[in-house]
Design a protein around this ligand. Structure first.
Ligand code: GLN
Ligand code: ZN
Length: 774
């Protein structure tokens, strides 16, 4: 075996204490100038490179940093800013950057889900934002048309390479590859994105030459689309593309991650590049094929440390993979995390809120750097006493986790084992349930409801924060929340809404609220991960078997129901969404963890029913975003996800009505799965597509009841009664009126009361006007 090189594919950008976030927001508020922002960014980069070096990595990675988003950086680097922004080239660099990112009159509203897809308000004219593969990171979508031209604008990147070299580092620059860049963009005039490739390639070749001249020893070119089901034309384009890029003389490490290479494996191995990186965590099965096909002179970079999750690596397992590779592959073997560390929190330092036992099982970005160098030491056989000690610590933690009672709760396993086939089915079929529910609930046609949350006022947030800090005692807190619930109930009664909600005043976040009350979850104090721009999320960590020690929402809901004769809808987050927005165990299949959560939610559903709640909503806004990247894996995911939902809903009587809610998404290709949830009522976000999304449900003959959102909650605009009526009439064309509900698109927590009441008044008036005609 030859030498081993250690590196990472990318590092978190926000800084240890989210310095970048705060600096950006200060800059946007006009409180600092560009120079201050740039200098703080440069400081962050330097620190992060030094961390890589201090941990013992051989190469530092340059070009992964972004003020807002790395795809946006590429739009500038490749000089393809959309013409619609009307840039003249005279404007200030940063002004241009943030105009594309945030729009001109950007209005930052968000429904509270931890994802942002489809939520950029159109007026603001920012670039569209969408999910980066199957992560919770969102990138800005490049826009192409027949007129798109590319022009190299490399100064920023080259300056960073210089910065790093001046600090004495060995540099590997990182770029998003030309094919992935085109793939991830959107064509606005029907132009085939692939037809732009000949215009794009000279810019890349030029860039590679410049990087080389600047002293970047390696260039990592990310082509994550090699993990997708690609049309043949795209797959074939790789050959000529990389043949061209290779002419630049740069040493290219082609990087793939997130998913199996599948039918792209041979292509990936045989392209004229100096090396290939594969994700040996997500796609360990690729290793065999790669060892067969990768030419001996190439570098093989094995991503053996999980870049998407927070667990300490089992070094023995990783080492076994590395040994296997080393035996077969005669070229250089590199060691890396599976993908960029952008998707994990910065470091464990200062995580005092975590149970020390659980903390010991974790590794965030900084800790993962050290794992890489430990692996290198072991692979090379240079094991000093200090390294030996670290290895044994690591091994001890892995063993402890395997047998800990915090992980394994026999009751949970027993309960799942005891489940019988019908557990995921309601007693009666939909028609029978519908009858029972109609008799029980006595609702008018076109019943009105809302999605759950009402405005989270400053008062509510202050009370919750004071309670968390211990400044407000439990009695005071309960009184404050009950006051809010009463307010919400009275307002809904005054509006004459049919099915009420309690308003979710007591909830900060729809996943955290449940995670905090369930066993098996941990919470960090500083475990932030970038979601988009300056926005970060702090996902819970599911470390063990999940179970519900006590009811979570019953008291609040019972109180709310006691205030009114109208049905009060209980409000829960579903198992798939809780799973999707958390860091998940890696020691058992996701589907099993999901099923455990499902049983815990089922207990809550049953308890709500016992408390006299006749309508219960189980939100699943994340159902679609959990879809695997490869279509071949869709069905088994959807089977598991829908089964988990049905388990959570399956414990109640026919007369109890189960609702679910999903935010904006392309539903059409998963309609069978949505139907398989068998919720009595589904509410979906449709108003911005003017009910177009609903058409799919109609054509599919979606069997159960459905509430298409009749107004957009992402802006303070109040819809007119006529606008709502118009949308409802459209909905009635595709869904039988007896199946139709009337509700807003999503929760109202980001709105103010004034616009909320005005909008709901028009919504109810529209429903009433149409009822008269029916
Ligand atoms: N019940 C939640 C709310 O109204 C649903 C939020 C969501 O769909 N993201 O806030
Ligand atoms: Zn929603």
């Amino acid at each position: 075996m030859n030498t081993t090189t250690t590196h990472i594919l990318g590092f978190p950008r926000m800084g240890e204490h989210r310095e970048l976030k705060f600096a950006l927001e200060k800059y946007w508020r006009g409180e600092t100038d560009a120079a201050a922002l740039e200098s703080m960014a440069s400081g962050l980069r330097k620190r992060h490179w030094q961390l890589q070096r201090d941990a013992g990595l051989d190469l530092v990675t340059v070009g992964d940093f972004a003020l807002y988003d790395h795809v946006l950086n590429h739009i500038e680097l490749l000089g393809c800013e959309p013409a619609r922004f009307g840039f003249t080239g005279q404007e200030d660099d940063l002004a241009r950057h943030f105009t594309m990112a945030r729009g001109v009159a950007s209005e930052d509203t968000h429904c509270g889900c931890s994802h942002a897809a489809g939520h950029s308000p159109k007026k603001a004219a920012a670039l569209e934002m969408t999910k980066w593969f199957d992560t919770n990171y969102h990138y800005l979508v490049p826009e192409f048309d027949a007129q798109t031209v590319f022009q190299l604008n490399a100064e920023r990147l080259l300056a960073q390479v210089r910065e790093a070299r001046a600090a004495g580092h060995q540099v590997k620059a990182v770029l998003l590859g030309p094919l992935s860049f085109l793939w991830l963009g959107k064509s606005h005039d029907g132009t085939d994105r692939l037809s732009l490739l000949p215009r794009l390639l000279p810019v890349y070749t030029d860039l590679l030459g410049r990087l080389r001249a600047e002293g970047a020893e390696w260039v990592q070119i990310d082509e994550p689309i090699l993990g997708l089901d690609l049309p043949d034309t795209w797959r074939h384009a790789f050959d000529s593309t990389y043949w061209r890029l290779n002419q630049s003389g740069a040493r290219i490490l082609l990087a793939t991650y997130f998913s199996t290479l599948g039918d792209n494996l041979r292509t990936a191995c045989q392209l004229p590049c100096a090396g290939l990186h594969i994700d040996a965590v997500r796609a360990a099965e690729d290793l065999v094929g790669v060892l067969d096909w990768l030419p001996a002179h190439k570098v093989l970079s094995l991503g053996v440390v999980d870049g998407r999750n927070v667990w300490r690596s089992d070094l023995d397992k990783a080492l076994a993979l590395l040994h296997r590779a080393a035996e077969k592959h005669r070229g250089e073997l590199w060691i890396a995390p599976s993908c960029s560390l952008l998707h994990v929190p910065f470091s464990l330092a200062g995580e005092s809120r975590l149970d020390p036992e659980v903390r010991d099982w974790l590794a965030f970005a900084c800790e993962k750097l050290k794992e890489i160098t430990l692996l290198k030491a072991q692979l090379g056989g240079e094991i000093s006493p200090a390294v030996q000690w670290q290895i044994s610590q690591q091994r001890a933690a892995i063993h402890a986790r395997r047998s800990s009672i915090r992980v394994h709760r026999p009751q949970v396993a027993q309960r799942l084992a005891a489940s019988v086939p019908g557990d995921d089915r309601r007693a009666g079929d939909f028609l029978k349930r519908q009858q029972a529910q109609r008799a029980h609930l006595q609702l008018p046609l076109l019943p009105t409801t809302t999605i759950g949350s009402f405005p989270q006022t400053a008062d509510i947030r202050a009370a919750r924060a004071a309670f968390k800090r211990g400044e407000l005692d439990a009695t005071g807190y309960r009184a404050a929340m009950q006051k809010e619930i009463e307010l919400a109930v009275r307002k809904q009664e005054a509006l004459d809404i049919d099915v009420l909600v309690h308003g979710e005043a007591e909830r900060n976040d729809m996943v955290e609220y449940f995670g905090e009350q369930l066993e098996g979850f941990s919470f960090t104090s500083n475990g932030w991960v970038q979601s988009y721009g300056s926005r970060c999320v702090k996902p819970p960590i599911i470390h063990g078997d999940v179970q519900r020690p006590a009811p979570m929402t019953v008291e609040w809901t019972r109180y709310a129901q006691s205030l009114t004769n109208r049905p009060m809808k209980g409000m829960l987050t579903g198992p798939v969404t809780i799973l999707q927005w958390s860091f998940v165990r890696d020691d058992q299949p996701r589907a099993l963890t999901c099923e455990q959560i499902a049983w815990a939610i089922r207990d809550e559903v049953v308890d709500l029913e016992k408390a006299g709640i006749a309508v219960i909503q189980i939100d699943e806004p994340a159902l679609r975003e959990g879809l695997p990247l490869r279509r071949a894996a869709w069905q088994s995911y959807l089977d598991g996800a829908t089964r988990a939902f049905r388990i959570s809903a399956g414990g109640v009587q026919d007369a109890t009505q189960i609702h679910t809610h999903m935010c904006y998404a392309e539903f059409n290709d998963i309609l069978p799965a949505i139907a398989a949830l068998d919720a009595d009522v589904i509410t979906i976000e449709t108003s911005r597509s003017a009910m177009e999304l609903l058409r799919g449900f109609g054509e599919f003959r979606y069997p159960n009841e459905i509430g298409p959102g009749v107004y957009d909650i992402h802006s303070p605009n109040v819809p007119t009664q006529q606008a709502v009526e118009k949308l409802l009439r459209k909905a009635m064309e595709v869904v039988p009126v007896a199946h139709l509900w009337v509700n807003p698109d999503c929760g109202l927590k980001t709105r103010g009361w004034a616009e909320t009441e005005a909008a709901l008044a028009h919504m109810v008036a529209a429903a009433k006007a149409l009822r008269v005609e029916l």
